[in-house]
Design a protein. Structure first.
Length: 307
């Protein structure tokens, strides 16, 4: 793991590993604290990836020789996700790959590394939001409410599963946004939103028009472990501030993955709530935004007006 440690406790070396004093005639540099943190986090990641039940935070911390609070901070600073979020994202990826590749549900449970079918079904419901058989059938029968409206940035489509908002799309043509939703959820049952859902849409539009209002809505965020690390980093950028793709890559501990960060931003289907508009080029100029650079500029200008 090639990781930067941006938020470690005071006194901790940064990305350059410090050599310890020589002992006797041993001239070899010894790992500094930052290296030991990275090694501890790597071991914790391997354990989180291997276990079909999320290990207890205290157990992970004890294995790393840290307090639970300290370990939680170090892990999040290194990986970009909390231990629980990392485990959930990894299990989600394992489940999806196993269900896509295996011939039967039983085989998928075995390939995903689950020791029992009951744990496999529990995990499937938690991370996929549906039973394994429903996922293999492309989500057929699941219900997603949606509505299309207008805001100052043009047309907007908002969709919500039983777990939270799963899409916020922006564009010029309302019909095109509906087709986009159908393409994204080809086997789901798309249902027009009722009065309660209209209030959700109004909250989203209100946030676009006045970012100071904030947006406190549950999100149904599904993606690979890497995408979720990027999206989590995006949500940590304060309104009115921007980071470059390279800076995001550094923050999630993958400084060489700048292109992959850009691809994760492009894969984001929940505009504004996952603020990929706050990512800019290394020189500060605006670049690719799937909903148009002018919309990106308008969003940033509104947020800057609050500062």
């Amino acid at each position: 793991m090639d990781a930067a440690l941006p938020d470690l406790p005071p006194g901790t070396p940064g990305t350059r590993l410090a050599a310890q004093p020589r002992v006797g005639g041993d001239r070899r540099p010894r790992p500094g604290p930052a290296a030991r943190y990275v090694e501890s986090v790597e071991r914790a990641c391997r354990r989180l990836e291997a276990d079909d039940v999320v290990p207890d935070l205290r157990g992970l911390a004890a294995q790393a020789g840290m307090s639970a609070h300290h370990f939680h901070r170090v892990f999040k600073a290194t990986v970009g996700l909390t231990p629980k979020a990392y485990a959930t994202a990894h299990r989600s990826q394992r489940l999806r790959c196993a269900l896509d590749d295996a011939g039967t549900i039983t085989e998928a449970a075995y390939r995903a590394g689950f020791g029992s079918s009951s744990r496999f079904y529990e995990a499937s419901d938690a991370v996929l939001g549906m039973r394994p058989s429903t996922w293999r059938d492309g989500g057929r029968g699941t219900e997603i409410r949606f509505a299309v409206g207008q805001c100052s940035l043009g047309a907007i489509a908002v969709a919500q599963s039983e777990r939270g908002v799963c899409a916020i799309l922006l564009g010029d043509d309302p019909d095109a946004l509906v087709r986009d939703l159908q393409d994204r959820f080809p086997h789901a049952n798309l249902v027009g939103g009722d009065a309660d859902f209209e209030r959700t849409v109004a909250q989203v539009i209100g946030f676009i028009e006045a970012p100071r209002l904030g947006l406190e809505l549950p999100l149904d965020v599904r993606g690979t472990a890497f995408q979720q690390r990027v999206w989590q980093a995006l949500r940590a950028i304060p309104p009115g501030e921007t980071l470059s793709y390279a800076q995001i890559a550094e923050r999630i501990g993958a400084p060489r993955a700048v292109r992959a960060v850009g691809q994760a931003c492009a894969a984001n289907r929940i505009a504004v709530a996952i603020p990929c508009h706050r990512v800019v080029r290394h020189d500060g100029e605006l670049s690719g935004y799937r909903w148009g650079v002018e919309r990106k500029r308008a969003l940033l200008e509104r947020e800057n007006a609050l500062r």
